[in-house]
Write a protein that binds this ligand. Structure first.
Ligand code: NAP
Length: 323
């Protein structure tokens, strides 16, 4: 068993690293569990979802934009400059029933901590179709990350499809228009949920085409995808759309499974429930920041802001312990 750590931060996206910057500068000696890379079924990387983003154009302070991976490398460098430590492991379970808290790593080690900031983010959802998962795992042209896979030779100058109507779907579609001969955006309604600016970008692209009122009911193809079977949400009619790639962008699920049984309170979608205007969970000494506790805004800048709040709350809590 380890010595008691002052502050453990779980997660290494904008929330986790910002919390680490603030905590390290406050001399709390934080230890960041950055996670283990995973590629199946969803792609999860240390650094979080920005690792799967090309250009970030809306983070203040970068007038020319910056790539997601570059931004996360900078966040990490800044936290490490002030002494934040990192470990490339996952926390797989937690015991918050007594203090110090006990956190178990994927290697089976138990870490003791006075305070914990959960900043584990959220991962991409899938449609849940058998052939979708089979072709995603085999690299047969189904993906939940256009930015990771869209530039592959198999997709170049081919008709592709994106499923979803939010900002992620339109961002993925916009990215794919650079490579594909055609990008269909399959949406279950006749109106996108994405921001107007994102919609405009798609409507301006000559090779992007919305496919309204359709759900994907099957993915066709043995070794590689040859098309999708669609069902009209109004008429119930089925049709086939021939595509050489399918990119699923239908939202995210918060990474909170490892908190099951800890008593931490969630909302209906299993995002962590926070005290209004703070990062405090219902358990004293356990804080949360970023997408894991935010089903609404989910931006890099809002996650970073929440990371700052969590570090300040943790600092306040830790200093109250020593009084
Ligand atoms: P989202 O806004 O929740 O959108 C999910 C989309 O997928 C919706 O259009 C939804 O349809 C559709 N969908 C959900 N389940 C489905 C299913 N089983 N079958 C078919 N379609 C399904 O998720 P998101 O696009 O990932 O965005 C999440 C948050 O991140 C948002 O707040 C967004 O603004 C933000 N974001 C921002 C940027 C940016 O600013 N650059 C980029 C990406 C994401 P309905 O519309 O019918 O519900």
């Amino acid at each position: 068993m380890s010595e008691v750590e002052n502050l453990i931060i779980i997660g290494s996206g904008p929330a986790g690293w910002t919390a680490a910057i603030y905590a390290a500068r406050a001399e709390l000696n934080p230890l960041v569990f950055i996670g283990v890379p995973k590629t199946s079924p969803a792609i999860v990387l240390p650094g979080g979802q920005l690792m799967l983003t090309t250009e970030v154009e809306n983070y203040p302070g970068f007038p020319e934009g910056i790539t997601g991976p570059d931004m996360m490398a900078n966040f990490q460098k800044q936290a490490e400059r002030f002494g934040a430590r990192k470990r490339g492991e996952d926390i797989v379970s937690c015991d918050f029933s007594e203090k110090p808290f006990k956190l178990v790593t994927n290697k089976g080690e138990t870490i003791l901590a006075k305070a914990v900031i959960i900043a584990t983010g959220a991962t991409a959802n899938w449609l849940g179709l058998e052939n979708e998962m089979r072709l995603a795992r085999s690299g047969g042209g189904v993906s939940a990350c256009a930015v990771c896979d869209g530039a592959l030779p198999a997709f170049r100058d081919q008709p592709l499809a994106v499923v979803g109507g939010g900002d992620s779907a339109l961002e993925e579609a916009s990215y794919l228009t650079k490579f594909a001969s055609k990008v269909y955006i399959i949406h279950r309604r006749d109106e996108f949920r994405a921001s107007k600016a994102m919609q405009q970008r798609i409507f301006n692209a000559s090779n992007a085409e919305p496919v309204w009122n359709k759900t994907v009911v099957d993915v066709l193809g043995d070794e590689v995808i040859t098309g999708v079977l669609l069902k009209d949400t109004v008429t119930g009619e089925e049709s086939t759309l021939e595509v050489k790639g399918l990119f699923v962008a239908i939202g995210h699920t918060p990474t909170t499974e490892f908190l099951d049984g800890t008593g931490v309170e969630f909302d209906d979608a299993k995002y962590i429930e926070l005290n209004t205007r703070s990062s405090k969970t219902n358990i004293e000494g356990v804080f949360a920041a970023g997408d894991v506790a935010d089903s609404i805004y989910r931006q890099a800048i809002s996650a970073a802001g929440m990371g700052c709040i969590a570090a300040l709350d943790a600092e306040h809590y830790l200093s109250s312990l020593s009084k």
